[in-house]
Design a binder for this molecule. Sequence first.
Ligand SMILES: Nc1ncnc2c1ncn2[C@@H]1O[C@H](COP(=O)(O)OP(=O)(O)O)[C@@H](O)[C@H]1O
Ligand SMILES: [Mg+2]
Length: 294
Amino acid sequence: MTDAPPATTPLVALKDIHKTFGAVSALRGVSIDVMPGETFALLGDNAAGKSTLMKVLTGVYQPDRGSIELDGKATAFPTPSASRDQGVEMVYQDFALADNLDVRTNIFLGREPQKNILGPLLRIIDRKKMESETKRVLERLDIPINPRLKVKRLSGGQRQAVAIGRALAFDARLIIMDEPTANLSVAKVDKLIEVTQRLKDLGIAVIIITHRLDEAFAVADRFAVMRQGQVVGRFRVGEVSEAQVAHLISHGTLDDYVDHGSGIPEDRRKIGSTSSMETVDAFSARGTTNGSDS
Ligand SMILES: Nc1ncnc2c1ncn2[C@@H]1O[C@H](COP(=O)(O)OP(=O)(O)O)[C@@H](O)[C@H]1O
Ligand SMILES: [Mg+2]
């Protein structure tokens, strides 16, 4: 696995995705692609459209326009389970765990393995398998937790591991984390960074949505900045400074960015060189309609 040549076909590509809710244009032609095993950060202010885009990718919403490709082939995710079946797993902001149930039950919630007893007519939940699989995935994440512990006994970081373990147990190829550190302390953010790196070692692609730039810069190979339903910049880590990205998030452009001595040279404003799809010029993102009532 580690000696494989670099992949050239994205694991997943969202192309020209549009989505409106009544009068709100949540997505206005968004394209992103994620390579196998890549960690991709999706950045942007509140209401930029990040969660909506991920809900399109996980089959929660159907796009009004646009297409999805998996391994270079057109596909569709009409339901969340269709998306999951293709190896796309979502880890929710609140981790969506059932406090009163134990770790193994949470990992398999709604997808419990079954076994036959007394022939195929009588099937029961295979708790042994749940337990051994739970151990296996948590070991893969390097976070051993007793599978029989109730989730309410777990720390924030452990809860997160269970949520991610749930994705791993079903052979995720892409794990999406929407604001995973919103409820975590600094030490736990460090642990998340570790877990994310672990996922990379396991060859699993990650899309992480975060408002914390330090975190994005710590884990991501590439990232995209969204604003008002569009991508206004795409970068490989190292191409821009955190200050530039912060400016882009709040202004949607870098053309009025004042460089205080760090980051890329001033003449290098054309951004988006790392996209396999299209380039985005920071200048062209200007003048996007903002709150016009039509
Ligand atoms: N189900 C919905 N119904 C109506 N409006 C929605 C819905 N989901 C999202 N929106 C709107 O779409 C825009 C993008 O929201 P969202 O994708 O949640 O942004 P982000 O995750 O970047 O904060 C916002 O204006 C939000 O109010
Ligand atoms: Mg959101």
